[in-house]
Design a protein around this ligand. Structure first.
Ligand SMILES: Nc1ncnc2c1ncn2[C@@H]1O[C@H](COP(=O)(O)OP(=O)(O)OP(=O)(O)O)[C@@H](O)[C@H]1O
Ligand SMILES: [Mg+2]
Length: 232
């Protein structure tokens, strides 16, 4: 299994947020305390898409099952559909499974053309039985009135210190227990996205496992030759 898939956050609690208010608000959405449409925006690899999916999953609670809340990519959705009927169907299905409010995830919302954004605005005004959680890197490409119908939340990169618990837990899952202080030391100078961190951790796991193999492998034939000097 690919490393990033293996270590993808499984609950909202596994996602690292730079800002405690963002974490708090997302938890309120996950607990069905808030229903206004939500727009997560920010730079690449800050955990927007994974958070949107986990909020949906946690909102569904015991009613959640695979296929009930698959996320849509806006460009792919628009290539296939020209209305929000499929989203309404998804909400109706979720209602039939016992959820009070429907919920759909749209990634890269800015990739809807302007006419499609207008359709989404009309859909939102007509249908009040569900919540949309959308993500984007390009807030400025979202039509003003559509944006106004969402609660915008800026998701930024965590600091090196904030990444430490993720590094500790991933290393533990890889059977390489390290302390928070060791993780902080290794991370010194790290810069970049959560995806970059996944790559960085995969490299670290390979390096440490190679090192551990070298120090635990018993000496083989060439050493024996040196010791007895005979070579036989
Ligand atoms: N804040 C985070 N906490 C934990 N893991 C993260 C975080 N951000 C990113 N990751 C890791 O990176 C992967 C990709 O994150 P995700 O797709 O959610 O980023 P994104 O913000 O949607 O990026 P993009 O803007 O490029 O779509 C996640 O599956 C996870 O493994
Ligand atoms: Mg994304």
């Amino acid at each position: 299994m690919k490393f990033d898939k293996k270590h993808r956050p499984q609950t909202l609690n596994d996602v690292i947020f730079a800002d405690v208010d963002v974490k708090q608000t997302l938890n309120e959405y996950a607990n069905n305390q808030r229903d206004k449409h939500l727009l997560l925006y920010g730079p690449k690899g800050t955990g927007k898409s994974v958070s949107a999916q986990l909020v949906l999953k946690e909102r569904m609670g015991v009613n959640w099952q695979a296929g009930l809340g698959d996320p849509w990519n806006a460009a792919a959705y628009q290539a296939k559909y020209d209305s929000f009927e499929p989203a309404l169907k998804q909400w109706n299905l979720q209602h039939s499974m016992g959820s009070d409010m429907g919920c759909s995830v749209f990634d890269e919302l800015d990739q809807f053309t302007l006419p499609m954004q207008h359709k989404l605005r009309a859909f939102i005004d007509q249908c009040e039985i569900g919540t949309i959680i959308a993500t984007t890197n390009n807030l400025h490409l979202i039509d003003g009135p559509l944006k106004d119908r969402f609660r915008p939340l800026f998701v930024e990169y965590p600091s090196v210190e904030q990444w430490v618990p993720r590094v500790v837990s991933v290393m533990e899952a890889e059977s390489i227990p390290i302390t928070a202080a060791q993780a902080a030391g290794l991370l010194k100078g790290f810069e970049g996205s959560g995806r970059k961190l996944d790559d960085w951790m995969e490299d670290l796991v390979f390096r440490l496992k190679r090192f551990m193999t070298q120090v635990t492998t018993p000496p083989t034939q060439p050493c024996a030759q040196t010791i007895n000097g005979s070579g036989k």
